[in-house]
Design a protein around this ligand. Structure first.
Ligand SMILES: C[S@@+](CC[C@H](N)C(=O)[O-])C[C@H]1O[C@@H](n2cnc3c(N)ncnc32)[C@H](O)[C@@H]1O
Length: 299
């Protein structure tokens, strides 16, 4: 069978199975099964697949059609221009999480401007904590952008931390990231009080009550500990914000990703004397996606 026919049949099969973005999925699976580049796929559509390539490709199509996410079949997902290994032990990095990185970098630049430092955007002297690091995508993207910063990447899941460690090593960023098993910042608190300059987190924020409305790819294949924050979804934010206040240095920055309906529950938690300059950023769909605040200096 030639490449063009394989792609056409794969697309038709995924479409019939109600897979979203079926064309892209079939293309990614064909690239994965054959080791071809996208350019060669389209410049040589007449190329014949070997029997093994064809068998591998159509079994991937079958599994994708049954609900397995494309990223679990290819084992990877791009985030912030970097390629991350993903397994069923970690949340697949989402594009909207890139807003967390953008807001964090903007807030750091603003703080430096305000304090009249010559813009120290290397992260010199900066300690960052990423709570619920999963694949490590936020910690690693920040390590890449801030080449002198030190980062603590925390997660309750041992299995997720193993994936995050491998991602950091493959991307050559292990030396500045410490991975620690921790319930929020509890492990850190037991060791010593920290003076963190930036805390970032994309916590689990889906409510158990919403489980039935999730796509099967998410509900049946991504780790529950990465998805669900409690019955309503926003339950973890309260402890997350209290513990962050205890570890951030004065003028330290907190940047949190929000669930689609978390803002009304989360914003009041930041309207206390411990926090200043609270700001909300919408994602491309117009949903309040990131909330950021600064640790007030005098409390
Ligand atoms: C929504 S995922 C985010 C993963 C990754 N940071 C990202 O943005 O793709 C939430 C992560 O928080 C972790 N987690 C859940 N509860 C936690 C807790 N109490 N303390 C620390 N990490 C937790 C999960 O294991 C999961 O890796």
């Amino acid at each position: 069978m030639d490449v063009r026919t394989a792609l056409r049949l794969g697309i038709a099969q995924l479409r019939a199975s109600n897979v979203s973005s079926y064309t892209l999925a079939a293309e990614l699976l064909l690239l994965h099964a054959t080791g071809r580049t996208r350019t060669s796929l389209y410049s040589h559509p007449e190329d014949q697949l070997t029997e093994v390539e064809s068998h591998n490709y159509f079994s991937l199509i079958e599994r994708r059609g049954s609900g397995v996410p494309t990223q679990h079949l290819t084992g990877k997902q791009e985030f912030w221009g970097l390629e991350f290994e993903v397994t069923p032990d970690v949340l697949i990095p989402r594009p909207e999480t890139e807003h967390v990185i953008e807001v964090a970098l903007d807030r750091l630049a603003l703080r430096d401007l305000r304090s009249k430092h010559s813009q120290n955007m290397s992260g010199e002297g900066l300690l960052i904590a990423d709570i619920g690091t999963g694949s490590g995508c936020i910690a690693i993207a920040l390590a890449k952008e801030l080449p002198a910063a030190k980062i603590l990447a925390l997660d309750v899941s041992t299995a997720a931390l193993a994936v995050a460690r491998r991602n950091a090593a493959r991307l050559g960023l292990s030396d500045r990231i410490t991975f620690l098993e921790s319930n929020l910042l509890c492990t850190v608190s037991q060791r010593s009080p920290l003076s963190v300059g930036l805390i970032v987190s994309n916590p689990p924020y889906i409510g158990h009550r919403e489980a039935a409305s999730l796509a099967r790819e998410v509900r049946d294949h991504e780790p529950a500990v990465a998805l669900f924050g409690g019955e309503e979804g926003y339950e973890l934010y309260s402890d997350l914000i209290t513990q962050s206040a205890a570890h951030l240095r004065p003028d330290g920055i907190l940047v949190l990703e929000l669930g689609h309906n978390s803002l009304p529950a989360v914003q009041p938690l930041l309207e206390t004397p411990a926090w200043a300059n609270v700001g909300v950023t919408n994602d491309l769909a117009g949903i309040a996606r990131v909330v950021a605040a600064e640790r007030a200096s005098e409390v």
